[in-house]
Ligand binder design. Structure first.
Ligand code: ASP
Length: 326
């Protein structure tokens, strides 16, 4: 029996159009999802597909409103007993942010798999069709149920929680840092090696929330000589702040003093601009625990968790517990 898979297309390079055969200088989000599906031989032998073009944008134009719309669509189709799994096509630039947002807000345990491509659909050896083929196969598999939101790229299965773009150019553009990957695909066959231990989807407190808009959280990027006055300017227009610190979430003495003042009014999360590792409480940079460590979340993922946390509470202790949990 063929599985029923919904493909929700949002745009990205997988729907990109450029000069025939060339991989550079194209426009993302130009080709209809049905045209991409038709370019994949044998795809309909694997699953019965329903396509939905939610939007067709470069993923840098994804925003909180589109995330909420996407979450609603995925929840709607997930509640339909005839649907077995959902694939989302997405630009690679911000795929990790959408994946983490969905991982925390989808209310069901059916497979949800994000994919995209680094080469436009019109390129020689476009990578989109194979990625989409494998994403559909993964979404149709039993193993992908209750595994959290997943991402599929270059024969590799990633968790939506941890995936990050680590190469701005090559087709093999993603990693989950130190943790390798969750598994591999061999054409349409699924080989899981591990699964995330963190609560997600139906087990996430945020999936039970009725969220219609998200609080504003900004990211302040630390670098040598970074002006500390910038922190109060940014934080004036937001409800919470994430620091992309150096090393294990660090910054200058001037930033330390400024953050001490700001933490009286705003929730501040300390994350790191370094791609791998973990940020814990720091007895030197924040001896009174006025900020919350992001642990293994990158600044852009910590921002999402802080936005969601602020829909529930402003209590620093409870928000800290969310960062410990998710
Ligand atoms: N700029 C594109 C996007 O994120 C890049 C890609 O999809 O690879 O939509």
């Amino acid at each position: 029996m063929k599985k029923n898979i919904i493909i929700i297309a949002t745009g990205g390079t997988i729907a990109g159009r450029g000069e025939a055969g060339k991989a550079a200088d194209y426009q993302a989000g130009r080709i209809d999802v049905n045209d991409i599906v038709q370019s994949i031989p044998a795809i309909t032998d694997r699953a019965a597909l329903t396509t939905i073009q939610m939007c067709n944008v470069d993923s840098n134009d994804m925003d909180e409103e589109k995330w909420l719309r996407l979450r609603d669509l995925i929840n709607l189709y997930g509640a339909d007993p005839s649907v077995d799994g959902i694939v989302v096509t997405h630009g690679t630039d911000t795929l990790e942010e959408t994946a983490f947002f969905l991982n925390l807000t989808i209310a069901h345990q059916k497979p949800v798999v994000l994919t995209g491509s680094m080469r436009p659909a019109t390129a020689t050896s476009a990578d989109g069709p194979m990625n989409l083929y494998q994403a559909i196969a993964l979404a149709a598999s039993e193993e992908a149920r209750n595994a959290g939101v997943l991402a599929l790229f270059s024969d590799t299965i990633y968790s939506g929680r941890d995936i990050q773009k680590i190469n701005s150019y090559k087709t093999d553009a993603f990693e989950i840092g130190d943790f390798g990957c969750l598994g591999y695909m061999r054409d349409d066959q699924v080989y899981f090696l591990s699964k995330t231990d963190k609560p997600h989807t139906a087990d996430s407190i945020f999936a039970k929330q009725d969220i219609h808009s998200l609080p504003k959280v900004a990211i302040a990027y630390y670098h040598c000589g970074a002006d500390s006055a910038l922190l109060s300017t940014i934080s004036r227009s937001c409800d919470g702040l994430v620091i992309a610190g150096s090393g294990s979430g660090n910054y200058s003495t001037a930033w330390k003093q400024q953050l001490h003042e700001l933490s009286k009014e705003k929730i501040i999360v300390r994350s790191s601009r370094v791609l791998q590792g973990i940020v814990f409480d720091s007895p030197f940079f924040d001896p009174n625990k006025e900020t919350i460590p992001s642990y293994t979340l990158s600044p852009q993922k910590a921002r999402i968790l802080l936005m969601l946390a602020l829909t529930i509470t402003k209590d620093p202790k409870q928000i800290r517990s969310f960062f410990e949990t998710y």
